[in-house]
Ligand binder design. Structure first.
Ligand code: PEP
Length: 249
Protein backbone atom coordinates (compact mmCIF):
# COMPACT_ATOMS: atom_id res chain seq x y z
CA UNK A 1 0.00 0.00 0.00
CA UNK A 2 1.59 3.27 -1.13
CA UNK A 3 1.12 6.48 0.86
CA UNK A 4 0.31 9.67 -1.00
CA UNK A 5 3.15 12.20 -0.97
CA UNK A 6 2.31 15.87 -1.65
CA UNK A 7 5.24 18.25 -2.07
CA UNK A 8 5.37 22.00 -2.65
CA UNK A 9 8.18 23.49 -4.70
CA UNK A 10 8.31 27.19 -3.86
CA UNK A 11 10.93 27.88 -6.55
CA UNK A 12 12.59 31.33 -6.39
CA UNK A 13 9.79 32.94 -4.39
CA UNK A 14 9.41 34.39 -0.91
CA UNK A 15 11.52 36.30 1.55
CA UNK A 16 12.22 34.61 4.87
CA UNK A 17 9.29 36.37 6.53
CA UNK A 18 6.91 35.35 3.73
CA UNK A 19 8.20 31.79 3.79
CA UNK A 20 7.77 31.60 7.57
CA UNK A 21 4.18 32.84 7.28
CA UNK A 22 3.33 30.19 4.69
CA UNK A 23 5.08 27.43 6.64
CA UNK A 24 3.20 28.39 9.82
CA UNK A 25 -0.14 28.31 8.00
CA UNK A 26 0.66 24.91 6.48
CA UNK A 27 1.86 23.45 9.78
CA UNK A 28 -1.42 24.50 11.39
CA UNK A 29 -3.71 23.40 8.57
CA UNK A 30 -2.01 20.11 7.70
CA UNK A 31 -1.45 18.84 11.22
CA UNK A 32 -4.36 16.44 10.83
CA UNK A 33 -3.52 15.68 7.18
CA UNK A 34 -3.32 12.02 6.27
CA UNK A 35 -0.59 12.09 3.64
CA UNK A 36 3.17 12.63 3.54
CA UNK A 37 4.08 16.31 3.06
CA UNK A 38 7.15 18.30 2.06
CA UNK A 39 7.90 21.94 1.36
CA UNK A 40 10.94 23.07 -0.62
CA UNK A 41 11.73 26.77 -0.07
CA UNK A 42 14.70 28.62 -1.55
CA UNK A 43 18.06 27.96 0.08
CA UNK A 44 17.82 31.37 1.77
CA UNK A 45 14.66 30.38 3.66
CA UNK A 46 15.58 26.79 4.57
CA UNK A 47 16.70 27.61 8.10
CA UNK A 48 13.65 29.77 8.78
CA UNK A 49 11.17 27.26 7.39
CA UNK A 50 13.04 24.39 9.02
CA UNK A 51 12.48 25.97 12.44
CA UNK A 52 8.75 26.20 11.72
CA UNK A 53 8.21 22.67 10.38
CA UNK A 54 10.50 20.92 12.89
CA UNK A 55 8.47 18.36 14.82
CA UNK A 56 5.49 18.66 12.45
CA UNK A 57 4.33 16.24 9.75
CA UNK A 58 5.91 18.44 7.04
CA UNK A 59 9.37 17.53 5.76
CA UNK A 60 11.95 20.13 4.79
CA UNK A 61 13.21 19.84 1.22
CA UNK A 62 15.71 21.67 -0.97
CA UNK A 63 15.18 22.41 -4.65
CA UNK A 64 18.66 21.46 -5.83
CA UNK A 65 22.20 20.82 -4.55
CA UNK A 66 25.73 20.61 -5.85
CA UNK A 67 27.04 17.38 -7.34
CA UNK A 68 30.20 17.89 -5.26
CA UNK A 69 30.46 17.32 -1.53
CA UNK A 70 32.47 20.47 -0.80
CA UNK A 71 35.29 22.60 -2.16
CA UNK A 72 35.93 25.36 -4.67
CA UNK A 73 32.48 25.58 -6.27
CA UNK A 74 31.46 29.22 -6.15
CA UNK A 75 27.73 29.74 -5.85
CA UNK A 76 26.89 26.09 -5.19
CA UNK A 77 25.30 24.61 -2.06
CA UNK A 78 26.50 21.27 -0.73
CA UNK A 79 24.72 18.28 0.70
CA UNK A 80 26.60 18.83 3.98
CA UNK A 81 25.30 22.40 4.20
CA UNK A 82 21.75 21.24 3.47
CA UNK A 83 21.93 18.58 6.16
CA UNK A 84 23.29 21.16 8.58
CA UNK A 85 20.05 23.12 8.03
CA UNK A 86 17.89 20.09 8.74
CA UNK A 87 17.04 19.33 5.12
CA UNK A 88 15.63 15.82 4.76
CA UNK A 89 15.03 15.59 1.02
CA UNK A 90 16.13 17.22 -2.22
CA UNK A 91 14.38 17.74 -5.55
CA UNK A 92 16.76 16.79 -8.37
CA UNK A 93 16.43 16.92 -12.15
CA UNK A 94 13.60 19.46 -12.15
CA UNK A 95 12.86 20.48 -15.75
CA UNK A 96 13.98 24.03 -15.01
CA UNK A 97 17.37 22.61 -13.98
CA UNK A 98 17.46 20.32 -17.02
CA UNK A 99 16.38 22.81 -19.66
CA UNK A 100 17.24 26.29 -18.37
CA UNK A 101 20.45 25.33 -16.58
CA UNK A 102 21.40 22.48 -18.95
CA UNK A 103 21.81 19.78 -16.33
CA UNK A 104 22.21 16.41 -18.04
CA UNK A 105 21.40 12.91 -16.83
CA UNK A 106 25.00 12.22 -15.79
CA UNK A 107 25.13 15.30 -13.55
CA UNK A 108 21.71 14.57 -12.09
CA UNK A 109 22.75 10.97 -11.38
CA UNK A 110 25.85 12.22 -9.57
CA UNK A 111 23.66 14.43 -7.39
CA UNK A 112 21.18 11.61 -6.76
CA UNK A 113 23.92 9.27 -5.55
CA UNK A 114 25.54 11.96 -3.38
CA UNK A 115 22.23 12.85 -1.73
CA UNK A 116 21.42 9.20 -1.06
CA UNK A 117 24.92 8.50 0.28
CA UNK A 118 24.31 11.25 2.85
CA UNK A 119 20.95 9.86 3.89
CA UNK A 120 18.66 12.35 2.17
CA UNK A 121 15.48 11.40 0.38
CA UNK A 122 15.41 12.31 -3.32
CA UNK A 123 12.57 13.44 -5.56
CA UNK A 124 13.87 12.69 -9.05
CA UNK A 125 11.93 14.63 -11.69
CA UNK A 126 11.47 13.25 -15.19
CA UNK A 127 9.31 14.43 -18.06
CA UNK A 128 9.13 15.13 -21.75
CA UNK A 129 9.01 18.37 -23.74
CA UNK A 130 5.95 19.08 -25.90
CA UNK A 131 7.84 18.26 -29.11
CA UNK A 132 9.01 14.98 -27.61
CA UNK A 133 5.41 14.06 -26.76
CA UNK A 134 4.19 15.08 -30.20
CA UNK A 135 6.90 12.92 -31.78
CA UNK A 136 5.63 9.94 -29.78
CA UNK A 137 8.69 9.86 -27.55
CA UNK A 138 7.24 10.62 -24.10
CA UNK A 139 7.82 7.10 -22.75
CA UNK A 140 11.31 6.86 -24.17
CA UNK A 141 12.36 10.22 -22.69
CA UNK A 142 10.98 9.30 -19.26
CA UNK A 143 12.62 5.88 -19.44
CA UNK A 144 16.03 7.32 -20.27
CA UNK A 145 15.81 9.97 -17.55
CA UNK A 146 14.74 7.33 -15.02
CA UNK A 147 17.36 4.74 -15.98
CA UNK A 148 20.20 7.27 -16.21
CA UNK A 149 19.13 9.18 -13.12
CA UNK A 150 19.14 5.97 -11.06
CA UNK A 151 22.32 4.47 -12.54
CA UNK A 152 24.26 2.64 -9.79
CA UNK A 153 21.60 3.37 -7.16
CA UNK A 154 21.13 0.28 -5.01
CA UNK A 155 17.78 -1.35 -4.33
CA UNK A 156 18.16 -0.38 -0.66
CA UNK A 157 18.71 3.27 -1.55
CA UNK A 158 15.79 3.26 -3.98
CA UNK A 159 13.52 3.10 -0.94
CA UNK A 160 14.43 6.79 -0.37
CA UNK A 161 13.65 7.83 -3.96
CA UNK A 162 10.39 9.29 -5.21
CA UNK A 163 9.93 9.84 -8.95
CA UNK A 164 8.04 12.94 -10.04
CA UNK A 165 6.59 12.72 -13.55
CA UNK A 166 6.37 16.32 -14.75
CA UNK A 167 5.55 16.79 -18.43
CA UNK A 168 7.42 20.00 -19.21
CA UNK A 169 4.54 21.37 -21.29
CA UNK A 170 2.28 21.20 -18.22
CA UNK A 171 4.54 23.05 -15.78
CA UNK A 172 3.30 26.51 -14.93
CA UNK A 173 1.19 26.61 -18.09
CA UNK A 174 -2.24 25.78 -16.71
CA UNK A 175 -2.27 22.72 -19.03
CA UNK A 176 -2.54 19.47 -17.10
CA UNK A 177 -2.06 16.01 -18.53
CA UNK A 178 -5.39 14.20 -18.41
CA UNK A 179 -5.52 11.75 -15.51
CA UNK A 180 -5.53 8.93 -18.10
CA UNK A 181 -2.47 10.22 -19.98
CA UNK A 182 -0.58 10.85 -16.74
CA UNK A 183 -1.48 7.42 -15.38
CA UNK A 184 -0.24 5.76 -18.57
CA UNK A 185 3.19 7.34 -18.19
CA UNK A 186 3.25 6.55 -14.47
CA UNK A 187 2.49 2.91 -15.29
CA UNK A 188 5.27 2.93 -17.85
CA UNK A 189 7.76 4.38 -15.36
CA UNK A 190 6.65 1.81 -12.78
CA UNK A 191 7.44 -0.85 -15.39
CA UNK A 192 10.90 0.65 -15.90
CA UNK A 193 11.51 0.42 -12.14
CA UNK A 194 10.29 -3.19 -12.26
CA UNK A 195 12.81 -4.04 -14.97
CA UNK A 196 15.62 -2.40 -13.00
CA UNK A 197 14.75 -3.46 -9.43
CA UNK A 198 12.02 -6.10 -9.56
CA UNK A 199 8.29 -6.23 -8.94
CA UNK A 200 8.29 -5.31 -5.24
CA UNK A 201 10.29 -2.13 -5.87
CA UNK A 202 7.95 -1.24 -8.74
CA UNK A 203 4.93 -1.77 -6.53
CA UNK A 204 6.37 0.32 -3.68
CA UNK A 205 7.92 3.28 -5.47
CA UNK A 206 6.02 6.55 -5.08
CA UNK A 207 5.44 8.34 -8.40
CA UNK A 208 4.16 11.90 -8.07
CA UNK A 209 2.54 13.85 -10.86
CA UNK A 210 3.53 17.48 -11.39
CA UNK A 211 2.25 20.07 -13.86
CA UNK A 212 -0.45 22.60 -13.03
CA UNK A 213 -1.94 20.55 -10.20
CA UNK A 214 -4.76 22.53 -8.59
CA UNK A 215 -7.45 21.89 -6.02
CA UNK A 216 -9.95 21.12 -8.75
CA UNK A 217 -7.91 18.45 -10.54
CA UNK A 218 -5.96 16.89 -7.67
CA UNK A 219 -8.54 14.31 -6.61
CA UNK A 220 -9.09 13.04 -10.18
CA UNK A 221 -5.35 12.67 -10.72
CA UNK A 222 -4.80 10.96 -7.35
CA UNK A 223 -7.65 8.53 -8.03
CA UNK A 224 -5.57 6.91 -10.76
CA UNK A 225 -3.91 3.65 -9.84
CA UNK A 226 -0.34 4.73 -10.55
CA UNK A 227 -0.44 8.34 -9.31
CA UNK A 228 0.80 8.48 -5.73
CA UNK A 229 1.01 12.17 -5.01
CA UNK A 230 1.85 15.54 -6.47
CA UNK A 231 4.77 17.91 -6.88
CA UNK A 232 3.13 21.32 -6.88
CA UNK A 233 4.62 24.60 -8.07
CA UNK A 234 2.36 27.62 -8.49
CA UNK A 235 -0.42 26.36 -6.26
CA UNK A 236 2.08 25.65 -3.47
CA UNK A 237 2.73 29.35 -2.92
CA UNK A 238 -0.40 30.03 -0.89
CA UNK A 239 -1.93 28.00 1.92
CA UNK A 240 -5.40 28.45 0.46
CA UNK A 241 -4.39 26.80 -2.82
CA UNK A 242 -1.98 24.17 -1.42
CA UNK A 243 -4.01 22.90 1.53
CA UNK A 244 -6.97 21.65 -0.55
CA UNK A 245 -4.52 19.71 -2.75
CA UNK A 246 -2.70 18.36 0.29
CA UNK A 247 -6.00 17.33 1.84
CA UNK A 248 -7.66 15.96 -1.30
CA UNK A 249 -9.97 13.06 -0.80
C1 PEP B 1 6.82 22.31 -10.81
O1 PEP B 1 7.51 23.25 -11.14
O2 PEP B 1 7.35 21.31 -10.28
C2 PEP B 1 5.40 22.39 -11.08
C3 PEP B 1 4.72 21.28 -11.15
O3 PEP B 1 4.87 23.64 -11.28
P1 PEP B 1 3.31 24.01 -11.50
O4 PEP B 1 2.52 23.27 -10.45
O5 PEP B 1 3.25 25.49 -11.34
O6 PEP B 1 2.96 23.55 -12.88
Amino acid sequence: MRNYFIAGNWKMHKTRAEAADLAKALAAELKDGKHKYLVAPSFTALETVGAVVKGTNIMLGAQNMSSEEQGAHTGEVSVLQLKDLGVEAVILGHSERRHTYKEDDALINKKVKLALRHGLEVILCVGELLEEREAGNAEKVCETQTVEGLKDVSAADLARVTIAYEPVWAIGTGKTATPEDADAIHAYIRGVIGKLYGDDAAENIIIQYGGSVKADNAAQLMAKENIDGALVGGAALKAETFVPIAKFN
